[in-house]
Design a protein around this ligand. Structure first.
Ligand code: GDP
Ligand code: IMO
Ligand code: MG
Length: 430
């Protein structure tokens, strides 16, 4: 089905290839909207033989026609934001069509510092965050002590509010963690500069998105992270502090639920995860290493090696159900080209032999679960040049059918390589 507006979300633990799929669709979009997370995201897009890493800026920026919106649900680190703009502009990308919501919360150096201090003090019990200050910034938002982009529009009162928050945060940094307090003058100067630069981009972006949808324009909602990292529906507490699922767009872009026509879940043909937390299908052996090397599974944001394993159908089925997914974009299928056999987890088994088909809430239960697998035949050929579904080997088509069967959603797009042209469309989306 061709949608006028569509949300593209990750259904696993992030890094599903959302950037590649969004970039493919963004050529037809009038507006591309990010609605949650911050520069903890790392979306790699390969276009015209060049590789771009996007963190805060919507992937629509690579297409000259699209307006790019950073919605109110995003947390914006101005340092990361301007770094990204400078890198993109140095590559000749026009960054003049970017708007930041006046209601978006701002990440400050104390958020990054606290993120690192909390992780370090937790030792091996840490979450393995990206240390971009995301958790502490959303903590301030929920505690109603955060500062928003609209605060930046009045420099004098912004600096007063900033100083108040800095002093309060320095108390925590010094007294609880015994670390060196942050420098007031340096931070106020830096942020006064950001306020001036960001000012012209700050707008009520909810109105921009609402008007675009009302006028029948094509709007793409760009997810970051993945549904299994959702604060409510993911593997809590090993999650991020926002709502990467479809529900996150309603609050985070500031639009009503009926403004999103279609929900497309991006699913990697196997499973990866960065950071800590149970992962039932993880392979810590040479098969896991082989997937990591074939898929070049190293983080776009932190460079960390990603944990790899077989397709976890219990997790994907949970995400399909909790996000109302209409169809799947299956990515990195080419990576599985070297295996004789490929496994797909369809259920979990507890130590007392109980079979679990729905994703458990309690992580102790999850950590004790063993995967129950179906085995599919590998195709052992390079499929990265295939341009139609029928051209895929029979075994690859059978593997896709297994994924549809286990997850309960149809596979509408198949990605066989990082490039725009390495995309097989079974059903048009936008
Ligand atoms: P995102 O965070 O969901 O946008 O995903 P990342 O960009 O962090 O990681 C996905 C990686 O896989 C990137 O390096 C992409 O260029 C790459 N990629 C995306 N789709 C495919 C595919 O179908 N095949 C291969 N081999 N690589 C892909
Ligand atoms: P994209 O958009 C994969 C993970 C971190 C950590 C947890 C919490 O590229 O898919 P945070 O810094 O958000 O407080 O870290 O979430 N994480 C991601 N993992 N892809 C991402 O983004 C991620 N963003 C956060 O590794 O486990
Ligand atoms: Mg990523």
């Amino acid at each position: 089905m061709v949608y006028k507006t569509a949300a593209i979300i990750g259904l696993q633990w992030g890094d599903e290839g959302k950037g590649k799929i969004i970039d493919y669709l963004a050529g037809r979009a009038d507006v591309v909207v990010r609605a949650q997370g911050g520069n903890n995201a790392g979306h790699t897009v390969v276009s015209g033989g060049r590789k771009y890493a996007l963190h805060l800026i919507p992937s629509g920026v690579l297409h000259p026609g699209a307006v790019n919106v950073i919605g109110n649900g995003v947390v914006v680190d101005p340092a990361g934001f301007f770094n990204e703009i400078e890198t993109l502009e140095a590559d000749g990308i026009d960054c003049s069509r970017i708007f930041i919501s006046d209601r978006a919360h701002i990440v400050f150096p104390w958020h990054r510092e606290l993120d690192a201090l909390i992780e370090e003090s937790a030792g091996s019990g840490g979450i393995g965050t990206t240390r971009r200050g995301i958790g502490p910034c959303y903590t301030d938002k929920a505690a109603r002590t955060g500062l928003r982009a609209c605060d930046m529009l009045n420099t004098r009162s912004f600096i007063n509010k900033l100083t108040e928050r800095l002093d309060a945060s320095n108390e925590v940094i010094g007294k609880i963690y015994g670390a060196k307090p942050l420098d007031r003058e340096k931070i106020t100067d830096e942020y006064a500069g950001y306020a001036e630069r960001m000012g012209p981009m700050i707008a009520d972006t909810g109105v921009i998105v609402y008007d675009a949808v009302s006028e029948g324009k094509a709007v793409l909602f760009e997810g970051a992270q993945g549904a299994m990292l959702d604060l409510d529906l993911g593997t809590y507490p090993y999650v991020t502090s926002s709502h990467p699922g479809s529900g996150g767009f309603i609050i985070g872009a500031g639009v009503g639920p009926r403004m999103i026509d279609g929900i497309v879940g991006v699913v990697k043909a196997y499973t990866t995860r960065v950071g800590a937390g149970p992962m039932v299908t993880e392979l810590t052996d040479e098969t896991g290493d082989a997937i990591r090397e074939a898929g070049n599974e190293y983080g776009t944001t932190t460079g960390r090696p990603r944990r790899c394993g077989w397709f976890d159908g219990v997790a994907v089925r949970h995400s399909v159900r909790t996000n109302g997914v209409d169809g799947i974009a299956l990515t990195l299928l080419d990576v599985l080209g070297g295996f004789d056999e490929i496994k797909l987890c369809y259920a979990y088994e507890t130590p007392d032999g109980e079979r679990i088909e729905n994703f458990p809430a309690l992580l102790d239960t999850l950590a004790a679960c063993k995967p129950l697998y179906r085995t599919a035949r590998g195709w052992q050929t390079d499929i990265s040049g295939c341009t139609s579904f029928d051209e895929l080997p029979e075994e690859a088509r059978a593997y896709i059918a297994e994924i549809e069967d286990i997850s309960g959603a149809p596979v509408k797009i198949v990605s066989v390589g990082p490039g725009r042209e390495q995309t097989i469309i079974r059903e048009e989306i936008l």
